[in-house]
Ligand binder design. Structure first.
Ligand code: B12
Length: 440
């Protein structure tokens, strides 16, 4: 941490006053992790490289951003991923496939980080202007907000949209910016549960970018919103360095470090958060490439705001990908555990069923759902949709979630929300898992 303590300094914005602010308004305010722990970062980068090509029709732009923001590069793999992203962008537009505003924003950032022009994406003789598309998508988000009081997708994606357009130095309509600042001021950066740290973090990055651009007529509102959202992120800093939960910590580090002049010294210890991430990487908590991609920039002292500042000509091709050893994994005893699984229609109260199932220890929750379905196919049938985070449950017992009514199947352990999906979460013996149909 390179911040210098300077007691009782005025914040740069309006009349806001924050005690014990840091003196670092330049750069990110965080450095990369110590050289001695570099091998853990390399391990994470290699795990992302190994995930490439798993689904060439749906290449992951977030992984591309992470690889480009890293200090080490594997230029062949990055070039391959860039080609896949361009092909996928063109195909999505041509076939009118699902291409949500936030995904377009991530593609825009991924191409920009690769020094490729998102206004002129060409593949197989076709050309698409992603920035133009993003502007249209953002205006649809805002129109939906004006009609229905929430955006078409969510504020995480609206924040990504604003961030990507701002990084590309596009002038964003004031009403779009004000929709985001009002959402912050009105405490609506949530997805059914309380304040979403992930969403707040992306919003803070977007607002920081706007502050550095020219929005003087609405600067005061941007500054107030930024100040507020940074305070909310700080309220979610835990004693062990986690901010929100493990999976929001990387984005939150980016948000706090770019706004380090708004963070009081006693409220956040950056090295503690980074050390916690390093410890969890070693435990295997970031085996999912999407999860890895959201923490990796913070480990290199970089943020999404650096995407537009990369000098691709200076890249060094120094990230090798050694063959993984082919020795078979040790045979572990499949100790059975019992899990109680409940499904409840928490909205219309039409059903609530429970079943006890037995699965091998270490099984993902998905196996519990499969066992329950085997025991009672009618009640416990379910449908999945594949996403970058793994399988997401879209329907249980015939009750389908839908984005129009903003309903979803939420997963809890007793009364505590799970912080992972069914493909990753491993229940323990005697655990009570509840799938609850609710709104966000
Ligand atoms: C918004 C959001 C939701 C919304 C999505 C619907 C919507 N239209 O808004 C709702 C409220 C439904 C939701 C649900 C859940 N979410 Co959520 N969600 C997010 C958030 C804040 C943004 C996602 C987004 O729009 N990304 C941008 C777009 C462009 O990318 P995308 O890949 O197209 O996004 C889609 C998927 O991410 C999917 N999705 C959202 N959450 C999850 C979670 C899992 C496990 C899966 C497989 C898919 C998935 O919905 C997105 C919109 O269609 C992320 C934060 C983050 N850091 O990514 C958390 C996040 C992805 N969610 C998370 C979790 C844990 C969940 C739940 C499992 C919570 C629970 N206990 O029930 C459930 C999923 C349950 C299920 N049915 O399988 C975690 C995942 C961590 C992990 N290691 O797996 C994250 C990272 C938040 C966090 N820090 O804990 N989520």
């Amino acid at each position: 941490m390179n911040a210098v303590e300077r007691p009782q300094r005025f914040a740069p914005f309006g009349s806001w006053y924050v005690r014990l602010l840091r003196n670092d308004t330049q750069g990110t305010g965080i450095g990369p992790v110590p050289e001695s722990q570099r091998d853990t970062v390399i391990f994470l980068l290699r795990s992302m490289l190994r995930s490439l090509g798993e689904d060439v029709l749906n290449p992951n732009p977030s992984v591309m951003i992470a690889l480009r923001l890293a200090r080490e590069h594997n230029l062949n793999k990055e070039a391959e991923l860039l080609r896949e992203l361009k092909e996928a962008a063109i195909r999505k537009v041509q076939n009118d496939e699902d291409f949500s505003s936030g995904l377009v924003a991530l593609y825009t950032l991924a191409l920009t980080a690769s020094c490729s022009d998102p206004c002129n994406v060409t593949s197989n003789g076709f050309t698409v202007n992603l920035l133009h598309l993003l502007e249209e998508k953002l205006s649809k988000e805002i129109k939906n907000f004006e009609d229905k009081l929430f955006p078409l997708t969510n504020y995480y994606q609206v924040s990504l949209d604003v961030l990507a357009l701002c990084v590309k130095k596009r002038q964003i309509p004031h009403r779009s910016v004000l929709t985001l600042t009002d959402a912050v001021m009105n405490d609506t950066l949530s997805h059914g549960t309380g304040f979403s740290v992930d969403t707040g973090a992306v919003a803070a990055l977007a607002l920081r970018c706007l502050i550095e651009a020219d929005y003087s007529l609405i600067a005061a509102r941007i500054e107030s919103a930024l100040q507020k959202v940074i305070g909310q992120i700080i309220d979610n800093v835990k004693g062990d360095g986690i901010i929100g939960n493990l999976y929001s910590t990387g984005l939150a580090i980016q948000a706090l470090s770019t706004n380090i002049n708004l963070v009081s010294l006693e409220s956040w210890n950056c090295s503690k958060s980074l050390q916690k991430l390093l410890t969890e990487i070693k435990k295997g908590s970031f085996g999912n490439a999407q999860a890895a991609s959201q923490i990796s920039p913070s480990l290199d002292g970089r943020t999404y705001l650096d995407v537009g500042k990369l000098n691709c000509a200076a890249d060094v091709d120094n990230l090798t990908l050694p063959e993984l050893s082919t020795s078979s994994p040790p045979v572990t005893e499949r100790v059975p555990i019992r899990v109680q699984y409940n499904i409840t229609d928490g909205l219309h109260h039409t059903f609530s069923y429970a079943v006890n199932v037995t699965v091998p220890r270490g099984s993902p929750l998905l196996e519990v759902l499969q066992e329950a379905r085997r025991a009672d196919p009618e009640r416990f049938s379910f449908k999945l949709k594949m996403t970058f985070w793994g399988p997401s449950v879209t329907s249980i017992g015939g009750l389908e979630s839908d984005s129009y009514n903003r309903t979803y199947w939420q997963f809890l352990n007793g009364t505590k929300l799970l912080d992972q999906g069914i493909g990753s979460y491993q229940p323990s013996n005697g655990e009570r898992i509840l799938a609850n149909f609710t709104t966000y």
